[in-house]
Every structure is written in C-alpha cells, then in structure tokens.
Design a protein around this ligand. Structure first.
Ligand code: SPV
Ligand code: MN
Length: 620
C-alpha cells in the first residue's frame, strides 16, 4: 500500500528505484517520513556512479560545500557551536525507559513526540536524499544494512566516502531488516550552517532501530552509520553475543611475511589514529570494528569504508600517509578549518599559516576573538578531513573486503596516563584483560578538552559516550564472548604517555611500533615475558634487538628499567578508583571484582617482597 502513496512524492525515475526493492518495512518508513518532513524534492541514490556524482554536485549547488584549488577537494563548515558531538542533547531511548549510568536517556514516548514535532514540515523547500549502505562487508555475516534519509547533500556526500553502498543488496534481498536514520539540518543561515541550535536533538531509539538528528550538521551527530548506529549495534551485539567496538583494526607485519591483526580502543587524543596509521604497517580501519565468533575464532571487520579524521596536528613528518592523501587530487571533504586562496590550513600543521582567510568562525584574521572573548585559532580543534580508505597507501585491501573478517591476534587498550601503566603489558588471560585492561581504561584530560588538565577520566573500552546498554550486561557479554572462543585474542594495554618524576616522557612517538612487534611475537608464542602483578611485560633481551632493527635505536637497560618499573602505589590507587566505580553500579559481573581483588592482592604481595617501585629485572 505505501508504495502506491509514494507516487505522490516521488517522480517516475525515483519511484522506479524504490519499486525495485521488495520491502514493505522500507516503503512504510519512507512514506512516513516523507509525509512528515515534506521535502519539495526527493532523490533516491542507487549504487551508480551517476547518482553519487549527482549528490556531490548538489553539495556544491546548495553551497554546503565549496570547491577548493586542488581538484576533488571541498570545504564544509558547521555552525560555530556545532563542531563536535552534542552529548547534552543526545538521548538513547529504550524499552522500559531504563536509565543508564553514563549517558542520557529520555522517556521514549516523549522523545519520539518531540522528534516528530521538530521534523514536521522541516524539509519544506529542500531536497531529501535517500541512501542505502551496509555496515561491515556486504553479503557477509557482519553486514548490517542501513537506510539514511537526509536533507543535507554534505552528509549524503560524506556517507558515500565513508560507507559501503548497498542499494543492490536491498534489491537482491527482499524484506531485509535495516537500521533507519532520519536527519534534517533544519533552517540554514547565510553561511549554510544549521541555525536553530537551541532545537538541536539527537535521539537513538533502540526499540525500532531508528535515529533522528535534527538541527545539526556535525558529522558525529548526523552521519547515521557512524555514532548513531554505533549505539544500536552495541545493543544488538550485547543481546546477540558478539562485539561492536570503538576500535581501529590494523595488521602488524611480523617475521617472514606474517601479518597479525589487532583492534585498538583509545579515548580521543591518546594515539588511536597514529597507531593504526603507523608507517610500514597495515591499515584496515580507524574507528569502528565488529567482532564475531566464526568457527571458534574471533574475527573482525571495519564497519566503515573511509576515514573521518582529526586534522589538527597532522604534519608531513609524523603522518606521512594522511599527509599524502590530503594533498593529492582526490575526493576529500575538509571541515571547519582555514581556507586561504583555495588552500586548507590547520593548527599545528608544521607549516606557515596565513593570517587571514575564512574558517569555522566566518571571515578570519589572526587574533580574532569569538563572542566569549576567546581567541579563534586557524582551525577548530575538532576540524576534520573525510576520505575514502581506498586512497591510503598503507591500506590492507584484502582485509578490508574480507567477508569473514580477519582473525584477531590481539586487542589493545590504551589511555593517556602519566604515571601508572607501563608502555605495554599483556593480560594473563581474557577475563583479566577485560576487567583490568579494557574495563579499567582511564585517560587524563588534556589542554584540548574542556576543564582542568590532568584529571583522570574513566572510559571503559573507550566506549563510554556510546554505551547504550547497561555496563553490567555489556561486560557479561564481553566475558562470555571470550569463553566461547577456542583461543581468545590476547589482550594488551599500552601507555604512550608515561613520564618520569620530572615530567619528561619516557618514550618516543614511534616506540609504539616496537610494542606492536612484540605483541605479534607474543601472539605466536615466539618470545617469553616477565610476569608482574599486572600481567606480562617484555624482556629487555627481546625488545632491545627490535629497537635496533625497526627504529635503529640503541635501547639501554636504563631506558627499559625506567619504563617498565612496576609502580605499586599508583597501581593500587588506580585499583581503588576502578573498584569504587564498579561498586556504585548494580549488576556488575562478579568476575570483575574477582579480578580487581586478585590484582590488588598480587600488588600488595609484591610490595611486601620488593617495595613500592619494582625494577623489572627483579621479576625475571
Ligand atoms: C569520535 O569522537 O570518537 C569520533 C568522531 O570518531 S565522531 O564522529 O564525532 O564521533
Ligand atoms: Mn570515534
């Protein structure tokens, strides 16, 4: 029936595209939101290059993007106050209006009413784009189909760079169940940025797998398949026994052409991108992974097909791959940075930045202040580039497209920690790793985040902003997932930010490469390790040659001893903080407390024997 009514809103060509899909759930969804939002025009995008090109051009015609000097490059701006995820106005809606410890929820009926009121007639005079994508590889055990409705050609264009097109899957498979995303940027001002920020809302309804993003353009709010979908897939994964994680996916080149795959979860500004983009290793994904048990193995895929990366600090020396990509004539969208004479500039790019141009605040000059009296830098600290993964010279193409994913050798958890964790440490087993590494991530705030610097923030699996299910259920699922595997991936913790007593960093930026090479060797049982109260750390003899071979660096016993000293007082304080967090939450699996207690006991026993600061050599 709905198909019949869709005739009233779609022209013949677009209607034909929908008629090819035999899916009443889709037809109802489209009819409902087209009727409600009242767009003046509707465009249905298939997987064809022409359709993609049409949308790319619409972004220019509607002035949501502007062409830059380098062919393929465009710039988009968001409202000055709409340049990061809006946690304040993001609500998860669930079955019994259950409250969640760390994220906002709202009474479902009330939220849906508000969403529908805000959407009523919101697309008048606008063109609506209907798009089909797949999270994870198409036609695979990982595939999660998704349909996006948006009135922003910029959002639609970004999605073509970031996700796998899947119109053909919808045509091939009748009644495919899918995630639904409705976005409207609302009214725009003369800079073509969302105007009504006081009515900015992001609702994620776990009951019907539908999300609404209203009066916002920032991609982390609006691109359905990114963070809105993530809250939904965490919910599905927890119920269905798999993992949907805020993790990169990369391959580490080991000896004799061997490749070992790792996922990595880090809170922002802790080295997630710089790890998966390391020179000489293999990039698969930089943000989101699905992990499933396939024939007893943990196998992982990148949910996405592109990169929505932070641009601040990207420079030629430290980020050669990203630098190359964003300086070539490829399809790149830059957001919220400085443009002068058609060329993009950003903070800490290691090159001279002109003192005028246009940026995220409009017309810009050096020293310009915002309404709050704060000096405006050339680019917003969350300014980004959007690019297809396909462009990256270090991309592992096969792994990206592998329908059964890649076998995981390990999972890495990291945070910004000046004084507690050693640079790398392997957990004793899956349960220990889940509890004492992943579920114990903390990160110190930096100058780039609001509030006081150096404050430790708990961030379980670096997923806290998105944790749409109860932490206890999430952790139980994690623990069970490992129990069902024949040989669970090893769990590692890393810390790139360890300092000495005088506040000097104990590691160089590239040392992380050594930790990865060691993880590869550990995953294949090729080196021994030193057992400490918190897990296994490398032996000096094993990493010294790695430093020489890989970085041509002379790694001394003193370097090693400083970096891998077990700092008992700091580790015990951390245990106390983590225990308190979990004691305050009901229904945390008992294994978590067992791991916490056991680690505390090991630390106290070690202190009795060796004192507060234990040289790793003492534990050999
Ligand atoms: C993050 O903040 O984790 C991001 C960017 O990946 S956003 O899309 O805004 O979530
Ligand atoms: Mn992210």
């Amino acid at each position: 029936m709905p198909l019949k009514y869709l005739k009233n809103f779609l022209n013949e060509e677009n209607l034909k595209k929908i008629e090819r899909i035999n899916n009443s759930e889709l037809h109802e969804f489209l009819l409902r939101y087209i009727e409600l939002c009242e767009p003046s025009k509707v465009f249905v995008a298939t997987d064809s290059y022409e359709d993609e090109l049409y949308i790319r051009n619409r972004a220019i015609v509607y002035e949501e993007e502007r062409l830059l000097k380098t062919p393929g490059h465009t710039v988009h701006y968001d409202n000055y106050y709409d340049q990061a995820r809006d946690k304040e106005h993001t609500y998860v809606l669930n079955e019994d209006d259950k409250k969640l410890p760390y994220i906002k929820t709202m009474e479902r009926e009330k939220a849906l009413r508000e969403a529908h009121e805000l959407l009523d007639g919101i697309m008048k005079g606008k063109e609506l784009f209907i798009l089909f994508f797949s999270l994870g590889p198409k036609d695979s055990p990982f595939m999660v189909p998704a349909v996006q409705l948006t009135d922003s050609a910029y959002v639609a264009h970004s999605e073509f760079l970031l996700y796998r097109k899947a119109y053909d899957e919808f045509v091939r498979k009748p009644d495919l169940h899918f995630l639904k995303f409705v976005h409207s940027e609302g009214e725009l001002d003369e800079r073509k940025v969302s105007k009504n920020l006081e009515k900015r809302r992001i609702f994620i309804d776990l009951v019907d797998d539908i999300s609404f993003a209203i009066n916002t353009q920032y991609a982390g709010n609006t691109i359905g398949m990114k963070k809105p979908a993530f809250r939904m897939t965490i919910n599905h994964a927890t119920k269905e026994g798999w993992l949907s994680e805020h993790m990169f996916l990369m391959g580490v080149n080991g000896p004799h052409g061997r490749v070992s795959y790792f996922t990595g979860a880090f809170p922002s500004m802790c080295g997630k991108t710089s790890t998966c983009m390391l020179i000489g290793e293999r990039l698969v994904g930089d943000d989101l992974s699905f992990i499933k048990n396939i024939n007893g193995e943990a196998r992982a895929v990148n949910v996405e097909y592109g990169v929505f990366g932070i641009i601040q600090g990207i420079n030629k020396k430290d980020d050669p791959y990203i630098w190359e990509v964003i300086h070539s004539p490829k399809e790149i969208i830059f957001t919220n940075l400085l443009i002068h004479e058609g060329i993009p500039y950003w903070n800490e790019m290691g090159e001279e930045i002109p003192c005028k141009g246009e940026n995220h605040s409009g017309k810009w000059w050096c020293g310009k202040k915002d309404a709050e009296g704060k000096e405006i830098p050339p680019s917003h600290k969350n300014a980004r580039f959007t690019a297809r993964l396909f462009y990256f010279p270090n991309l592992d193409h096969e792994a990206l497209d592998a329908k059964n994913g890649v076998k995981l050798s390990g999972m890495i958890f990291g945070g910004r920690d000046s004084d507690t964790w050693p640079p790398v440490c392997e957990s004793f087993n899956w349960e220990h790793g889940v509890a004492m590494k992943g579920a114990s991530i903390e990160s110190e705030t930096t100058a780039a985040t609001l509030g006081k610097e150096g404050v430790r923030k708990y961030n379980i699996m670096s997923i806290l902003d998105f944790l749409s299910v109860h932490i206890g259920k999430y952790l139980s699922n994690y623990l069970d997932f490992g129990k069902k595997l024949k040989n669970p991936p090893k769990i590692f913790a890393v810390n790139y930010f360890l300092k000495d007593k005088d506040g000097n960093y104990l590691n160089d930026k590239l040392d992380k490469k050594i930790w990865l090479k060691w993880m590869d060797l550990r995953a294949h049982n090729e080196v021994e390790a030193v057992e400490t109260p918190i897990g296994y750390i490398p032996k000096y003899e094993d990493i010294k040659p790695l430093f020489k071979q890989v970085l041509n660096k002379d790694y001394t016993r003193e370097d090693y001893e400083k970096q891998f000293t077990i700092r008992i007082p700091e580790l015990l304080s951390k245990i106390e903080r983590i225990r308190r967090i979990y004691e305050d939450i009901c229904d945390i699996p008992s294994e978590i407390f067992e791991e916490i207690n056991a680690e505390e006991k090991r630390l106290k026993d070690a202190r009795k024997k060796y004192g507060d600061y234990i040289s790793p050599f003492k534990l050999y």
